[in-house]
Design a protein around this ligand. Structure first.
Ligand code: FES
Length: 356
């Protein structure tokens, strides 16, 4: 290696440097013993150990690499700001590539490689590389061993010169502080925050329940006792960008029970002549619930068999679902059509982190 050499062909180490180790082991070699401990080879000092100018040079290289990393991170953020997504540039030998992707990739690579290369160079050239014998011992550490390790740790920290080499320390901390900013920038680019979309569906006061097969409003007389049908809110526009999401979130299951069979008072209050409406999205992981047992009023989710009792506020009576199915409060309007009295009062679907 160009930066190392045997202490035999280099100048003698200065006083503050670690003492040279001769070949040694923890046990004396026994003549004829095939398992004798050969001991350590003679320690070889690196040029930086015995030449302060070489050590200073390595220090500048390490600082330069950390500085390069900082510049890479700044270039990453700058690229993100200045390059539009539709700008392409020619890069040999790749051809035409997105200027934004190319500059983000290149600058992030420089930032990460700068930190890595700086740390490796620091460890190889400036940190202590003195061989330390550590004999096999019992698995549990005794007090003496603990004290020994503690002393080695303190010595290692001292010899890494973290406290003494201020330039390295400052630039390394700068590089490590800046590099996470790249992740922040990328996260910010993941689109708008969902905000209220997680809490609300397309249902609102006065919106008619539409039969998705006929596209006509549902009327109480369309729903005989014991039947189950589905509904979607009126006014959804297929041209809307989020049409499919709105349909999926607002999916509604409408069942007619005998009013005297309804055990939950709130459910009864929110029904109309025994017609109850519940979200069709399973509160476990969101499969559509649809297998209805007329005799028991149970509805089953086909994915993991969560079972809800529709005569008792869609209470979970079996399976992994953690919540009841949300109920939609309904009534009839002046034209005799079934309408919603509000949106769902709780978010629909799988467990929601702030659900009441
Ligand atoms: S999604 Fe319904 S039980 Fe799992």
């Amino acid at each position: 290696m160009s930066e190392t050499g045997s202490h035999n062909d280099m100048a003698e180490p200065e006083e503050h440097l670690p003492a040279t180790h001769g070949a040694h082991g923890t046990e004396a070699a026994v003549p004829g013993d095939p398992f004798a401990n050969p001991g350590h080879p003679e320690h070889e000092f690196r040029r930086q150990d015995i030449d302060e100018k070489a050590a200073k040079h390595s220090e500048r290289v390490v600082a330069g690499l950390f500085t390069l990393s900082m510049l890479g991170t700044l270039a990453f953020i700058t690229s993100f700001v200045i390059f539009p997504v539709d700008k392409y540039i020619y890069v040999f030998p790749l051809g035409h590539v997105s200027a934004l992707n190319f500059s983000l990739g290149l600058s992030l690579a420089v930032a990460l490689i700068g930190i890595g290369a700086g740390a490796v160079h620091w460890a190889r050239t400036l940190m202590s590389d003195e061989e330390m014998p550590d004999d096999r011992h019992r698995a549990d550490a005794d007090d003496e061993l603990r004290a020994n390790i503690e002393a080695q740790w303190v010595q290692g920290a001292k010899e890494s010169a973290f406290g003494r080499r201020k330039l390295i320390r400052t630039t390394m901390l700068g590089a490590l502080t800046l590099v996470p900013l790249s992740a922040v920038v990328i996260l910010r680019d993941m689109g708008p925050l969902p905000q209220d979309k997680l809490r609300h569906t397309a249902w609102a006061k006065g919106k008619a329940l539409i039969n998705p097969n006929t596209n006509k409003p549902l009327r109480p007389e369309d729903i005989p006792v014991g039947s189950l049908t589905f509904a979607q809110p009126e006014g959804l526009n297929e041209e809307d960008e989020d049409f499919q999401q709105q349909i999926a979130k607002a999916a509604l299951m409408v069942v007619r029970l005998k009013p005297e069979d309804i055990k939950d008072k709130k459910e009864l209050d929110w029904s109309h002549q025994g017609i109850v409406a519940f979200s069709k999205i399973c509160t476990h992981v969101g499969c559509p619930v649809s297998l209805y047992e007329q005799q028991t009023h149970h509805v089953l989710c086909p994915c993991h068999q969560s079972t809800f009792d529709l005569s008792d506020g869609a209470r979970v009576i079996f399976g992994p679902a953690g919540h009841r199915l949300p109920q939609l409060r309904i009534s009839v309007n002046g034209e005799g059509n079934l309408v919603a009295m509000s949106d769902f009062e709780v978010p629909v679907g799988p467990a929601f982190w702030e659900r009441g």
